[in-house]
Design a protein. Structure first.
Length: 237
């Protein structure tokens, strides 16, 4: 049994992990899935000053107010940016960090730095055209997402505040990071930005690397397979 805390992806929120909750509960785990400020059920709080630090504080506050320790911290997609910051700010509360097809930044990097100038320019253009300059339009879901899941998820997804992608992560802890695990989704399409982090996890000490035959949102498209992978990770030393 484990205490698991989620740092979810962009445009998303706690609702997107609906399929995972009963699986985690059945396995005896305690699962916390805070929604970031400005997204999901907290979309009414959206404003142009929300940045990466805001979302790091959202998750760190749950660790502190719930007094959670020995935490398995999950970071999915953009949530890898958040989880990296949370693990730095609350190192003594984190036992392991699991990146699920996620960004794994180093100190001083922003998400825009990691996706490259072409993707950044496209997203900025979308924000200027449809988001008053500060709301990033919603990215499409993977093409293999079931129609029922697209119909369920699409009305719940919300624009992402642009500063969350602009702000560079600043790491201040002098301690070594917790053990890190990287799950790479092999069905990423053209312009795959996550392979670079999988390669890093395969080559650097302190990481364990895994692959899943899935697209970018396994918590939606193949929750049982993701649960099996997480169970293996949590059972490992």
């Amino acid at each position: 049994m484990a205490t698991i805390v989620l740092a979810h992806g962009a445009w998303s929120a706690a609702w997107a992990w609906k399929k995972m909750r009963p699986l985690l509960r059945a396995a005896g785990h305690e699962f916390f899935s805070p929604t970031y400020t400005g997204l999901g059920e907290r979309a009414h709080l959206a404003h142009h000053e929300i940045d990466l630090s805001t979302h790091i504080h959202d998750v760190t506050a749950v660790l502190e107010f719930e007094d959670l320790r020995d935490v398995t911290l999950l970071g999915h997609s953009y949530g890898g940016m958040v989880a990296t910051g949370v693990a730095d700010a609350a190192r003594d509360r984190i036992s392991r960090l699991v990146y699920i097809d996620a960004f794994a930044p180093r100190d001083g990097e922003s998400l825009f730095d990691l996706v490259g100038p072409k993707a950044e320019a496209n997203m900025r253009a979308g924000a200027m055209k449809d988001g008053a300059g500060w709301k990033l339009p919603i990215n499409p879901m993977p093409p293999d997402t079931a129609p029922d899941d697209v119909a369920w998820a699409s009305p719940r997804r919300r624009p992402q505040p642009i500063k969350t992608f602009e702000q560079k992560l600043r790491l201040v802890s002098k301690e070594a990071p917790p053990p890190r695990h990287y799950i790479y989704a092999k069905r990423n399409g053209p312009g795959d930005v996550f392979r670079q982090f999988g390669e890093r996890a395969r080559s650097e000490p302190g990481w364990k690397y895994y692959e899943m035959d899935c697209s970018h949102n396994p918590h939606i498209t193949c929750p049982e397979a993701l649960m099996a992978q997480l169970s293996d990770i949590m059972a490992s030393k």
